[in-house]
Design a protein around this ligand. Structure first.
Ligand code: GLP
Length: 262
């Protein structure tokens, strides 16, 4: 695991976009695992800017998104389909048929989860998975308590997540109660993972994920077992970690209390 401190949100977005663009440059037909939420918006903006300057080409790239609210379709302004188009896909030259998002309008969870698992499998696997993190340590919509061995599944959203995401809806009651999410197993199969975190409300989740025990009650803690994880976070999100650790130039954490390497 390598951890990098960003000066601010722009710096974080630029660093994350640099890693994603390096992936596309090295493998133009890379499969990108993409995320929603407010954290990656700046990353997408930066990638769009570089694409418009002619420095990046998404023509051969493929994308597989982490999740979608069950019950929301492409026309719903709160759907992740809509989010991805407005914030990224509509501004770059990725082919629409190469983008994948769970179908929130499929009522039969078994059908949709099986379809999405076969999308992931037939893509040849995700080269680079971008992740945000929920305040309760969730990744995708894998809530605390989710088994680590799950592939795509239908999730009952926690009250914590409903509350955190209510800001995007007219009221808390409008937040869907269910979502389709790629499972932890699918996320862990990505060849490389890039997690971004910003703001003081992520400090506990980030600390527990990186420094705490590996446990389903903190879904992101499983990332400690992946062999290629990069975390980029701002000072506020890193506050609790930095109170006990130093980040070395290679991105490794050293515990100041006993000198151990994380
Ligand atoms: C949602 C998404 C997650 C995202 C999380 C944090 O629940 N399903 O993928 O990481 O929100 O969002 P934000 O970046 O807005 O804090």
């Amino acid at each position: 695991m390598r951890i990098y401190k960003a000066k601010d949100y722009n710096d974080l977005s630029r660093k994350a976009a640099n890693i994603i663009s390096a992936q596309i440059i090295m493998k133009p037909n890379a499969v990108l695992g993409l995320a929603t939420g407010s954290s990656p918006i700046g990353t997408y903006k930066q990638l769009i800017e570089w694409y418009k300057k002619g420095d990046l080409d998404f023509y051969e790239a493929k994308s597989i998104n982490l999740d979608e609210y069950k019950g929301l379709g492409p026309d719903d302004a709160q759907s992740y389909y809509h989010f991805m188009h407005v914030n990224f896909f509509d501004h770059i030259n990725i082919k629409p048929e190469n983008t994948n998002i769970p179908n929130g309008l499929e009522e039969d969870a078994e059908t949709e989860c099986a379809r999405y698992n076969s999308v992931i499998e037939s893509s040849g696997g995700i080269d680079l998975q971008l992740l945000g993190i929920g305040c309760n340590g969730h990744i995708g919509f894998n809530e605390p308590g989710s088994a680590f061995d799950k592939e795509t599944h239908c999730v009952t959203l926690s009250e914590n997540t409903i509350g955190a995401n209510a800001r995007f809806f007219a009221s808390r009651d409008d937040v869907p109660r269910y979502a389709y999410s790629m499972g932890i197993k699918s996320i862990m199969q990505a060849r490389r993972i890039l997690l971004i975190a910003t703001g003081a409300n992520k400090a506990d989740a980030l600390y527990d994920s990186i420094c705490g025990p590996i446990t389903p009650s903190v879904p992101a803690s499983i990332l400690q077992l992946h062999n290629n994880v990069t975390i980029i976070a701002d000072e506020d999100a890193l506050a609790k970690i930095l109170a006990e650790h130093d980040i070395m130039p290679g991105g490794h954490l050293i515990d100041r209390r006993d000198g151990t390497d994380k």
